[in-house]
Ligand binder design. Structure first.
Ligand code: MV4
Length: 456
């Protein structure tokens, strides 16, 4: 096992990784920006190094600053957490060149999955179902039109360098294709420095279901089942749960087997998430693969009992999956996560500032991952996630009851949070019945706004 690891992240995930290192007897090095001097990830690490000014581009995303800190502290490995440098293949290459183990897949695999169209073709080759769409990049609107005629409207244009929803356009007929093609190209070029697009059949009323996978460095692979992530707003997930009510035992086993074979084909290593869309006929289609630890990993930890971050560290240190995982993986109960954001309750704009009161709920079946504390500060420079509240029960109804109880005991003063929004969602009959798709939040918020305008 590693002697010393640097955590190249901040907030709750930095603390999550530091905790896993501590429990494995690994010495830890935190890096921080000038805005995070008083953060818990700095306080709880064995060593901490300031790597620059508040803005992420000047600190957490500054590759030479992070690598210099790693060299000064003499670490053997870097854990990137999620976001920031976690899916940056160039960073993983610099780590390799500097003789520092990047805790994640090899840079070649990260690069492949970052090019969404290449990932799609690689999955097709590995016999993972993909949606009908273009083979390769669309060079002109005319070419897009030919594919759309073949695939059938509606179609969706997606950025090759994309992910997270930017540079995407839904196209309903041939007439609007040229304009939307150019709009998507421009948006992708501005957002990613690459305007290349590909096309897929657009799935209406889809569910977002993702599989958590692990692969060691000896060709062994495992599926840790799925998460349901359809409750999202503007491509930011709000609530995730495991298992999905829509996935049968048979499907789960089939997809798991298929993905294990696929990961070996690709040469995957470490933790990953394979994202699918489920259509109305309960068929799953690959859309993207994320090559990092995900925000929502705790729901999978709750139902499997596997510590995924420890597994990442042990895999990167060369251990074999059979030494890390139980001999038979099984699903125990149901888990739900609410992402608690510091944000304006209607406008959803970030709400930064001084926290004046903070009470974290606990008790049987409740887990809170946070780096916040009473008298902490939410800086304006980073994403608005301040805590993750995870409820684990014997079944979905018990998980919901525990979540509602815990939400009512989660006190945050000084900044606005999404706690009231979560409480409202948990009152919704459709949500409680498990009847929702990726359009749920938009309909929910529109209905809520209309009820405000016209009180009964
Ligand atoms: C889709 C889709 C429907 N059909 N692909 C959104 C983020 C990115 N990871 C993939 N996304 C989607 N891909 C096909 N072929 C629906 C989404 C999608 C979405 C699209 C438009 C507006 C809101 C959305 C919310 C979640 C997912």
């Amino acid at each position: 096992m590693f002697r010393k690891v640097l955590v190249a992240n901040r907030g709750e995930i930095a603390l999550r990784v530091l905790n896993a290192c501590r429990e494995l007897g690994i010495r830890t090095v935190a890096v921080y920006s000038e805005a995070d001097r008083n953060s818990l990830h700095v306080r709880f690490a064995d060593e901490a190094i300031c790597i620059g000014p508040p803005r992420a581009s000047d600190s957490y995303l500054n590759v030479p600053a992070v690598i210099s800190a790693a060299e000064i502290a003499d670490v053997e490995a870097i854990h990137p957490g999620y976001g920031l440098l976690s899916e940056n293949a160039n960073f993983a290459e610099v780590c390799r060149a500097s003789n520092i183990k990047f805790i994640g897949p090899p840079p070649e695999v990260t690069r492949l999955m970052g090019e969404k169209e290449k990932a799609r073709q690689a999955m097709k080759k590995a016999k993972v179902p993909i949606l009908p769409g273009s083979d390769g990049i669309l060079t002109t609107a005319e070419e897009a039109r030919k594919w759309a005629d073949e695939v059938g409207y509606p179609v969706i244009l997606k950025a090759k360098a994309g992910g997270g929803g930017r540079g995407m356009r839904i196209v309903c007929d041939a007439e609007e294709l040229p304009n939307l093609f150019h709009a998507a190209t421009t948006e992708a070029a501005n957002a990613f420095g690459n305007g290349e697009l590909y096309m897929e059949k657009f799935i209406e009323q889809a569910r977002h279901i993702e599989f958590q996978v692990l692969a060691d460095e000896h060709g062994n692979t495992a599926s840790l089942f799925e998460r349901e992530c359809s409750i999202q707003r503007r491509h930011q997930k709000l609530i995730e749960e495991a298992p999905s009510m829509q996935v049968t035992t048979k499907m789960r086993e089939e997809v798991g087997r298929m993905l294990c074979r696929c990961l070996r084909d690709i040469g995957y290593q470490n933790s990953g998430t394979v994202e699918f869309l489920m259509n109305g006929d309960h068929q799953l289609f690959f859309i993207e693969m994320n090559t990092r630890i995900q925000v929502e990993h705790p729901v999978t930890e709750a139902i499997t009992g596997v510590d995924i971050v420890k597994a990442q560290l042990r895999i990167a240190a060369g251990e074999r999956l059979d030494a890390i995982l139980p001999s038979k993986l099984e699903i125990r109960g149901h888990a739900i996560e609410c992402r608690i954001n510091a944000e304006h309750p209607q406008k959803f704009t970030p709400s930064a500032g001084q926290i004046t009161a903070f009470n974290v709920p606990g008790g049987n079946g409740i887990r809170v991952d946070t780096a916040q504390y009473a008298e902490g500060v939410v800086p304006p420079y980073y994403d608005s996630l301040i805590a993750k509240l995870i409820a684990h029960g014997a079944d979905r109804a018990e998980a919901i009851a525990k979540m509602e109880r815990a939400l009512s005991q989660f006190i945050v003063q000084g900044v606005d949070t999404s706690i009231p929004l979560h409480q409202a969602i948990f009152q919704d009959a459709g949500f409680r019945a498990g009847e929702f798709d990726i359009g749920f939040m938009e309909r929910f918020l529109t209905a809520g706004a209309e009820a405000e305008e016209q009180p009964a």
